[in-house]
Ligand binder design. Structure first.
Ligand code: ADP
Ligand code: ZN
Length: 347
């Protein structure tokens, strides 16, 4: 299956469910450089035969930095990459973020495409054109918005995914359900992680539904001046938690969604019974639902958030399931919520 999605700056083809070798028929392998990470490269070595070059970066969020861009630029120069070289990024969110940035800036921009190999990549990171690297404590401080030519989905890549990486993807899936889709939330409550791992038809439908939500929002607001901000639900507190503690993105976002919902009960009329539902849902998908945190440390990170105004930080809250809103909250209010969250986690 294939369809095209029109964003304000470009059209992107979504290609589903054909073997990886078949996309090789759609591009000139001798002019295509693969950017991936060392882990994915070792798992899928045979698939990468015939390409002009394979550039593999070390895996992990810790390598999503400026130094890595320099390393890739060197490797591209060495491979004599020129304006007509095509970049195919194959990997998780780190690979597509870094490769998208390199591809959109090397010689002022090469054509590129994504093959997400993680669930998180398939439902979120590979979609929407945002790319970039972290700097200091700031996530994605440096980056651009540039759409890939196509995104290629093949869920057989997920067969090698460790369980915690599945959970990472489910944090974003739960996010879409809370923000936009009561029916999806109910579906997720009826199943669990293992159901989707074992049931590729259900998984494929789920991925397409979530990709659809993300596409719809990015079509409306590619440059994030309005509704795209809603996708930051769970991410404001989540990014701070991810920065301070040794947690994966999905684990931190799960906790961030709890904090956003606690604030929503206080400030936007969310029914308090939803907190319990969310905790149970996170548990179903093997995500943590409590954590003793240091509010002072988290506030220090939040103070430097891109979404900060003079006195407040824009939080995404819910007034109900499927009813998100953007609400500026003072640091004092956020501090209190972090105290309450931490206290509830401390039995
Ligand atoms: P994301 O941001 O999408 O969660 P990352 O790019 O940080 O993903 O990758 C997370 C980890 O998963 C990395 O160690 C990466 O090498 C690994 N990984 C990516 N794709 C696969 C796959 N299909 N099978 C096994 N491991 C993978
Ligand atoms: Zn996220």
């Amino acid at each position: 299956m294939q369809y095209s999605v029109s964003f304000p700056t470009a059209d992107v083809r979504y290609i589903f469910d054909i073997p990886f070798t078949d996309i090789c028929g759609q591009i000139n392998l001798e002019e295509t450089i693969i950017i991936t990470d060392e882990h994915v490269a070792s798992l899928y070595e045979q698939q990468f035969a015939g390409f002009k070059r394979v550039i593999a970066i070390p895996p992990g969020e810790g390598h999503k930095n400026l130094a890595r861009l320099g390393f890739i630029a060197e490797a591209l120069l060495e491979a004599e990459a020129h304006r007509r070289t095509f970049i195919l990024a194959v990997g998780g969110g780190v690979v597509t973020d870094v490769a998208g940035f390199v591809a959109s800036t090397y010689m002022r921009g090469l054509s590129f495409a994504f093959v997400p190999t993680t669930l998180l990549g398939m439902v979120d990171a590979a979609i929407g054109g945002k790319n970039g690297v972290n700097y200091g404590l700031q996530k994605n401080l440096l980056g651009t918005i540039q759409q890939p030519e196509f995104i290629f989905y093949n869920i057989s890549f997920l067969n090698t995914l460790p369980q915690w990486e599945w959970s990472n993807g489910f944090a974003e899936i739960i996010k879409y359900a809370c923000l936009f889709d009561t029916a999806l939330l109910e579906e997720l409550e009826q199943h669990d992680l293992q159901h989707y791992i074992n049931n590729s038809a259900a998984l494929m439908a789920l991925i397409q539904k979530c990709a659809g939500w993300k596409n719809k929002i990015v079509q409306e607001d590619e440059k994030e001046t309005g509704s795209r901000k809603l996708l930051n639900f769970g991410h404001t507190a989540g990014h701070a938690i991810e920065t301070v503690y040794e947690l994966s993105h999905g684990q931190a976002v799960g906790l961030g969604m709890i904090i956003a919902c606690m604030l929503s009960v206080e400030h936007s009329g969310l029914d308090s019974s939803f907190i319990q539902r969310l905790l149970q849902l996170l548990q179903r998908y093997a995500l943590p639902f409590e954590k003793v945190v240091d509010p002072v440390q988290l506030i220090d990170v939040l103070k430097m958030d891109k979404k900060r105004n003079v006195e407040t930080i824009d939080f995404i809250l819910l007034s109900d399931i499927g009813q998100p809103l953007i609400q500026p909250l003072t640091l004092t209010t956020i501090h209190q919520a972090l105290e309450t969250f931490s206290h509830a986690s401390h039995h």
